[in-house]
Design a protein around this ligand. Structure first.
Ligand SMILES: [Mn+2]
Length: 451
């Protein structure tokens, strides 16, 4: 049986907070003496995350696409028995008896699967041979001759149901129900024999152990999470819809970043993160709290950040600006990609609207593209059937958001935020979509229905 390490992983479309939390928490587990842990990434790293890891000289975590149960998770620890095709049937029969096996694999000298021999096959061969009334031989001689036959002459490689170790358990289960053999050989990519599985093995299936950080909703988790063994959740988002089989350690606090919680756990357990891990945790906090300017920021985030800055030797404001500079889209193309990457849809009554947000460290630089960006969101809005679309271009250094509004009900959108007619307006002090934009749109749409 393949023993999987505990996978610590954040949400899909990972940001710095997700990746940093996973790496730092895995490191803490190692410091505590748990060697079978690994951090993973539930998606391609974005530019600022790669930048932070490179700067701090931290290896990026491997990309993990899913935690679905696979056939390799069914294999047990029994030693694998392989027969060579030159082996005589008699020897194979002894092995079947000694091992109390019902099925044995026949392989070449490189352990590649050639066929199988079952107790049933052996019985049929004996019955056929011994019971032949036309044979002139004595029964004993006949049995001896049969037992001297090499396996290569009797093995049946056809109609063999073989599983690849990476096949999904769900599919293998269906196949087993359809074919109902006693045992099924499992091979790797190179057709090397790895062991036998049976329906009985489905009961002892090994679920992959997983710890989730920075999310607790199924739609944000990597695929197959319902087939995994959920061990812990550490998060700072609203409580979502994931279920666990047994009681687990579930820590959720309304702070600005999951990295704040991971750092708190270090402190509670009496550990100090290494300087580069402290720098990584600090990066997650600065990114998620927009260098403490987001209204989601708490006093705990600031305190913990100070502590991490001291250990890492990084200067908070300077390092934060560097991260946001890297995160800023530089040209029109990058801006368009960023809009599509961070687009959230909502519905109120019969109005469907979307709000996208991009962050920039240099609003004046992006301003030159505003006409093209306006065109882009008009197109997105039309092609996706939105009545209304908002784009927040947020500059945390200026401390405000330029709002671009598109869609058939664009004028209504403008009226919600201002009394002039421009589809482009600046909102000072507005940084958070969740707290400062969405509620106002909903309120505006509700009022519009009343008049
Ligand atoms: Mn987060």
């Amino acid at each position: 049986m393949k023993h999987h390490p505990i996978l610590i992983i954040g949400h899909r479309n990972p940001d710095i907070d997700s990746i940093a939390s996973a790496i730092a928490y895995a490191r803490l587990k190692e410091m505590e003496g748990n060697t079978k842990v690994m951090a993973g990434a539930a998606g391609q790293l974005n530019r600022e995350t790669s930048y932070v890891l490179e700067k701090l000289r931290i290896q990026p975590p491997p990309l993990i696409s899913d935690v679905k149960a696979r056939v390799e998770d069914l294999l047990d620890n029994e030693p694998v028995v392989m027969l060579h095709p030159v082996m005589k049937l008699g020897e194979a029969a002894n092995l079947l008896r000694d091992r109390q096996s019902k099925t044995l694999a026949i392989t070449d000298k490189n352990q590649r699967l050639l066929g199988v021999m079952t107790v049933g096959d052996l019985a049929m061969i004996l019955l056929d041979g011994v019971g032949d009334p036309n044979s002139p031989e004595e029964a004993g001689t006949r049995v001896q001759r049969i037992m001297d036959t090499p396996l290569s002459e009797i093995m049946k490689p056809q109609n063999l149901v073989v599983f690849d170790q990476s096949d999904l358990v769900a599919e293998a289960r269906d196949m087993m129900l359809k074919t109902r053999y006693r045992n099924y050989p499992v091979v790797d990519e190179g057709n090397h024999f790895l062991g036998m599985i049976s329906r009985y093995h489905l009961l002892g299936m090994q679920r992959k152990p997983v710890i989730l950080v920075d999310h607790n909703e199924k739609s944000q988790a990597l695929e197959g999470i319902e087939e995994a063994d959920l061990l812990e959740i550490i998060d700072h988002h609203r409580v979502g819809d994931l279920e666990s089989i047994s009681p687990i350690y579930f820590r959720n606090e309304p702070v600005g970043a999951t990295c704040t919680l991971i750092a708190k756990i270090y402190i509670e357990k009496g550990y100090t993160p290494e300087p580069k891990i402290a720098g990584l945790l600090l990066s997650g906090i600065l990114s998620d709290t927009m260098i403490f300017k987001s209204p989601t920021t708490t006093g705990t985030d600031r305190e913990i950040a100070e502590w991490l800055a001291e250990i890492s030797g990084l200067e908070i404001e300077e390092w934060g600006r560097e991260i946001f500079r890297v995160a800023s889209p530089l040209d029109l193309n990058e801006t368009r990609n960023a809009i599509n990457e961070d687009l959230k849809e909502y519905k109120y009554g019969n109005t469907t609207f979307a709000v996208a947000q991009i962050e920039t460290a240099d609003m004046t630089h992006l301003e030159q593209y505003f006409p093209e960006i306006q065109e882009t969101i008009e197109k997105i809005s039309a092609s996706r059937g939105y009545d209304l679309m908002f784009l927040m271009v947020t500059d945390i250094f200026v401390g405000g958001t330029q709002l671009l509004i598109a869609g058939e009900k664009g004028d209504l959108g403008v009226r919600i935020f201002s009394d002039n007619h421009r589809h482009e307006l600046f909102l000072k002090g507005v940084l958070s979509r969740k707290k400062q934009i969405i509620p106002i749109i909903f309120r505006g749409l509700a009022q519009n229905e009343l008049v």
